[in-house]
Design a protein around this ligand. Structure first.
Ligand SMILES: Cc1cc2nc3c(=O)[nH]c(=O)nc-3n(C[C@H](O)[C@H](O)[C@H](O)COP(=O)(O)OP(=O)(O)OC[C@H]3O[C@@H](n4cnc5c(N)ncnc54)[C@H](O)[C@@H]3O)c2cc1C
Length: 472
C-alpha cells in the first residue's frame, strides 16, 4: 500500500485528495492523509448565511472560460447546482472624479474593441482616446525580457489606462499592482497578441471573429458559481473523501525526505509516507521544505503574497431601489480611497438576496494596503461606510441591517516580473526530490479553476511516479 500525505485543505489540496480517492475506490493500493492546520476544510472558500442572504467570505464565483472547477463540480454531482452570473445586468463602473462612470461597452479586459462607446465615454481624456486610435497601428513587438503589466499597457495606451483600468482590474483578481505584476505570468495572451499582431485591439477583434465563426453557441455567462455558494463545492468534495483521512487542526511543521519517502511532522505526531503533495500558499511550503532543500525553500519564499479584506453589508429594499444597476465598481488608486472595489451582489447573482434586500460586498487591502489587517472590524466598517457614502451617494447613508468582515492574511499570490523563470527553477529543484509535488495558487493561476487543476495535476504526477496513473 502506497501512502501519500496532502498538506493543505483548501480547494487545491481537496482536488488532489479527490483524484487519489478515486484511485483508492477503484482498488488501486493507495491511501492518503490530508493535513489541514485550521479546524475547517476549504481554505478561503467560505459561505455564510445571514438574514436570508448568501454571503461569500472569499471567492464568490469563477471564470466560466476556465473549465476545471465546473468540470469538477459536475463530477461530484453538482452539475445541476451550477449557475451563471446575471450578465443581462452586467455593467461595471469606475470611480473617476468622485463619481461612478460606467466602463464603455466593448472593453475586453482593458482593451477597447468598439470605437463609438470609447469615443463618447467621459472616462478617458482626449489624449488617451487619441492613444487608443493610434494603438490600432501598433507594430508587432516581441519583448526580449519579461516586463510589468503597467509597462506594456503604458506602451499601448498611456498611463491613464494603467490607473483607470489595468491597476483596478488586477487588484480585483490578484490584490496586486500593474506596476509589479508580470505580463508573461498574468496576461500571457497579451504578450502573445502583441508579438503576433502588434495592436491589442486588432488582436482581440481577430480572436473574437474566429470564435464567432468557429462556434455557433450562445454566449456563456462570464462567471459561474453554485446555487448554495462556493462552500457547496467544498462540502460535496469532503463528502466524497475518506473521513478517516481528513485531519483538521493538524498543522504540519516540516517534511523531510527520509528512507525512500517523506517524514511528515504534524502537531504531536510524526508519520512516514511514500510521497507528499504540498498544497499550501508558497510561503508555508517554503517553511516546510527548509530542511529538505534550502534553495527550493528560498525560491518559494520569494513569491510574494498580499492580504485582503472583504466586507459585506446588507440593506433593505429602499436602499436596493436607489442603488445603481450593474455588478459594481472598481476604485483606481488616483481616487485616493482605501476600498479597491465593490460588488452589488443582488444584481450579479440575484437569487443570493431576497427581493427586499440589497447586498454590497467591498474589497480592501491588496499589495498597497497591508496595514488594513491591523484595523479592528469597527474601524474597517467605518472606512467602508464613509467611502460608500462618498462614492455611491446618500443611498448608502442608511444603517446596514447586517455587516460581516473577513480578513485573509497573505492569501493572494503576486506573480511579479520573473515569475515564470522562478517557476522553472522551482520545478527543476522539485524534480530532484522524488515523491514531492506542489499545488496551489502560487504557481500557474490564482483563480479557483486553476487551483483545482493544479491539485489534480499534482496528484496525477505522484500517482504516475508510482506507476498508478492512467487517464480514466
Ligand atoms: C478574498 C478572496 C476573493 C477571491 N475571489 C476569487 C474569485 O471570485 N474567483 C476565483 O476564481 N478566485 C478567487 N480568489 C482566489 C482563490 O479563491 C484562491 O486562490 C484559491 O481558493 C486558493 O486555494 P488553495 O487551496 O490553493 O489555498 P487556500 O485556500 O489558501 O488553502 C490552503 C490551506 O492550507 C492550509 N495550510 C497552510 N499551511 C499549512 C500547514 N503547515 N499545515 C497544514 N495546513 C496548512 C491553510 O490553513 C489553508 O486552509 C479569491 C481569493 C480571496 C482571498
Amino acid at each position: 500500500m502506497k501512502r501519500i500525505a496532502i498538506i493543505g485543505g483548501g480547494i487545491s489540496g481537496l482536488s488532489a485528495a479527490y483524484e487519489i480517492e478515486k484511485k483508492r475506490q477503484s482498488g488501486t493500493p493507495v491511501e492518503y492523509i490530508l493535513f489541514e492546520s485550521s479546524p475547517r476544510l476549504g481554505g478561503v472558500l467560505v459561505t455564510d448565511r445571514v438574514d436570508g442572504c448568501l454571503i461569500e467570505a472569499g471567492p464568490d464565483s469563477f471564470l466560466t472560460e476556465k473549465p476545471w472547477a465546473a468540470d469538477l463540480c459536475r463530477k461530484i454531482g453538482l452539475g445541476d447546482q451550477l449557475i451563471g452570473s446575471n450578465d443581462a445586468d452586467r455593467k461595471t463602473y469606475i470611480v473617476a472624479k468622485n463619481k461612478l462612470v460606467v466602463m464603455p461597452d466593448g472593453l475586453m479586459f482593458m482593451v477597447p474593441t468598439k470605437i463609438m462607446p470609447t469615443v463618447f465615454s467621459p472616462l478617458f481624456s482626449l489624449r488617451t482616446k487619441i492613444r487608443m486610435a493610434a494603438e490600432w497601428f501598433h507594430p508587432p513587438h516581441k519583448a526580449s525580457e519579461d516586463e510589468t503589466v503597467a509597462e506594456m499597457v503604458k506602451r499601448h495606451y498611456g498611463s491613464e489606462m494603467v490607473d483607470l483600468l489595468a491597476d483596478p482590474l488586477l487588484s480585483g483578481v490578484y490584490g496586486g499592482e500593474a506596476s509589479q505584476l508580470s505580463v508573461r505570468a498574468v496576461l500571457p495572451r497579451f504578450a502573445d497578441m502583441e508579438s503576433k499582431h502588434g495592436s491589442l485591439g486588432r488582436a482581440m477583434l481577430a480572436a473574437r471573429k474566429k470564435m464567432g465563426t468557429a462556434a455557433h453557441v450562445p454566449a456563456r455567462p462570464l462567471f459561474t458559481s453554485l446555487k448554495e455558494g462556493m462552500q457547496q463545492m467544498v462540502d460535496a468534495l469532503v463528502a466524497r473523501l475518506d473521513a478517516n483521512a481528513l485531519k483538521t487542526s493538524s498543522p504540519v511543521l516540516s517534511v523531510i525526505p527520509q528512507d525512500n519517502g517523506w517524514t511528515v511532522c504534524a502537531k504531536y505526531k510524526t508519520d512516514h509516507f511514500d510521497a507528499v503533495i504540498i498544497a499550501t500558499p508558497t510561503h508555508a511550503a517554503a517553511a516546510l521544505l527548509e530542511t529538505a532543500d534550502e534553495k527550493l525553500s528560498r525560491d518559494l519564499s520569494e513569491i510574494q503574497y498580499s492580504s485582503s479584506v472583504t466586507v459585506t453589508l446588507g440593506y433593505d429594499e429602499k436602499v436596493r431601489g436607489s442603488l445603481p444597476p450593474g455588478f459594481g465598481f472598481l476604485v483606481p488608486r488616483s481616487a485616493g480611497r482605501r476600498m479597491l472595489a465593490a460588488t452589488f451582489v443582488h444584481n450579479k447573482f440575484p437569487h443570493r438576496a431576497p427581493e427586499n434586500r440589497a447586498i454590497v460586498r467591498c474589497f480592501l487591502g491588496g499589495a498597497r494596503d497591508e496595514q488594513i489587517l491591523q484595523s479592528s472590524e469597527n474601524e474597517i466598517l467605518q472606512i467602508v461606510r464613509d467611502e460608500l457614502r462618498q462614492i455611491v451617494g446618500n443611498a448608502l447613508d442608511a444603517e446596514p441591517l447586517f455587516a460581516r468582515v473577513y480578513k485573509w492574511k497573505s492569501a493572494m499570490a503576486q506573480y511579479s516580473v520573473g515569475h515564470l523563470e522562478r517557476l522553472q527553477r522551482i520545478e527543476s529543484l522539485r524534480q530532484k526530490l522524488a515523491g514531492l509535488a506542489l499545488a496551489g495558487n502560487g504557481y500557474s493561476g490564482i483563480g479557483v479553476p486553476d487551483c483545482v487543476r493544479s491539485g489534480a495535476e499534482a496528484a496525477g504526477k505522484i500517482l504516475a511516479d508510482m506507476g498508478m496513473w492512467s487517464a480514466a
